[in-house]
Design a binder for this molecule. Structure first.
Ligand code: AMP
Ligand code: MG
Length: 331
């Protein structure tokens, strides 16, 4: 059985864990420095970054950005304009107003929320591919790429690993996992990725997903939230109302090839809720989702053609039958 070598770093607001099958500090350094560079371009919490420069120039002038940043913003704008998408790259003013997960988190006055909604239209984000510029057309607009930055980062790590001749490894950015190639520490050569139990200690699992060469990304309402007068306010906003989304789900995990795809769709599918999300996925061959509902069901969007081992007896396991358009109990 192969030995695993684990490298950790505190980056992108989370603990990043790299798993290799050889001791190779220089690969770990290359991976972590690519993430440090990306974070310095994208952050909206640090001192300065290209995204902060765009935000500071809102309503004033376009800002030239590096190709990496332009590519991500372009992707994010397209994802924001998809029909029925709750993903919105211009959600920044709402994130800053609510401050969920940060000091000063609060239920804002409704008038303030309505003010924000006037400047969160993705069509106000103007992109010029020839000049590689981004312009936010209204004052006080702000991009927030928090919903996709880690997915993009995992895909960049994938490239860095390829460049270093590493074909089998895992990168975990705080639950945003890219399981590259195979795992040689498991007899089945699959990576075993835990499905986090909502609102439980980190590492307490509902089950184990077995995958080979795939990304798995989760959006959950338990990740960042606060309670106010008995009501939970979590960190994924409905861009139509300016309030946190409210539906039957506690989390959605997307299994996909690229991690950026998984990251954006975990937010979009969460926003659709269970039944609309399942219907949406029945037209998307490349995406598989695992839903965790408030009524303690784990529901797979397709026949379980990957292995899932349920570990929590309080939850039941279901799958969506695309032909019958109904949810069917597995056990
Ligand atoms: P995720 O955990 O990937 O679903 O991303 C959640 C983060 O995305 C939040 O902490 C916000 O920074 C940001 N966000 C919240 N609501 C939205 C939204 N509707 N569209 C895009 N980003 C959002
Ligand atoms: Mg996401």
């Amino acid at each position: 059985m192969a030995h695993q070598y684990i490298y950790r770093a505190q980056l992108m607001g989370t603990t990043v864990i790299l798993t290799l099958f050889e001791s190779n500090r220089s690969v770990a350094t290359a991976v972590f420095s690519s993430l440090t560079k990306l974070e310095s371009l994208l952050t909206v919490n640090g001192l300065n970054s290209e995204v902060m420069a765009i935000n500071q120039a809102a309503g004033l002038h376009p800002v030239t950005v590096s190709p990496l940043v332009f590519e991500l913003i372009n992707y994010a704008k397209q994802a924001s304009l998809l029909p029925r998408s709750v993903f919105n790259l211009a959600i920044g003013p709402l994130v800053k107003l609510w401050r969920i997960g940060f000091k000063g988190q609060t239920v804002p006055k409704d008038t303030k929320i309505q003010e924000c909604l006037r400047i969160t239209d993705p069509n106000f984000v103007e992109l010029n591919p020839e000049m590689s510029t981004v312009y936010l057309k209204k004052k006080n607009m702000a991009l927030d790429l928090g919903a996709i930055a880690k997915g993009y980062a995992a895909d960049i790590v994938n490239v860095v690993l390829d460049e270093n001749g590493v074909s089998d490894a895992m990168i975990d950015l705080g639950g945003n996992v890219l399981a590259k190639g195979q795992s040689f520490t498991n007899e089945d050569n699959c990576w075993h990725v835990g499905l986090q139990k909502p609102f439980a200690e980190r590492g307490e699992l509902l089950g184990m997903i077995k995958i080979v060469n795939k990304s798995i990304v989760t959006s959950g309402i338990y990740e960042r939230f606060f309670m106010h007068r008995g009501k939970r306010y979590h960190h994924i906003f409905d861009p139509r109302t300016g309030y946190p989304l409210d539906n039957d789900l506690e989390s959605v995990s997307i299994i996909s090839e690229a991690s950026l795809t998984g990251d954006v769709y975990s937010t979009i599918i969460y926003g659709l809720g269970l039944m609309q999300g399942l219907e949406y996925l029945s037209h998307q061959q490349m995406l598989i989702a695992l839903f965790v509902t408030k009524d303690k069901r784990i529901i797979c969007s397709d026949k379980l053609h990957f292995d899932f081992v349920k570990l929590d007896a309080a939850y039941s396991l279901w799958y969506f039958d695309k032909q019958l358009k109904q949810i069917t109990l597995v056990h």
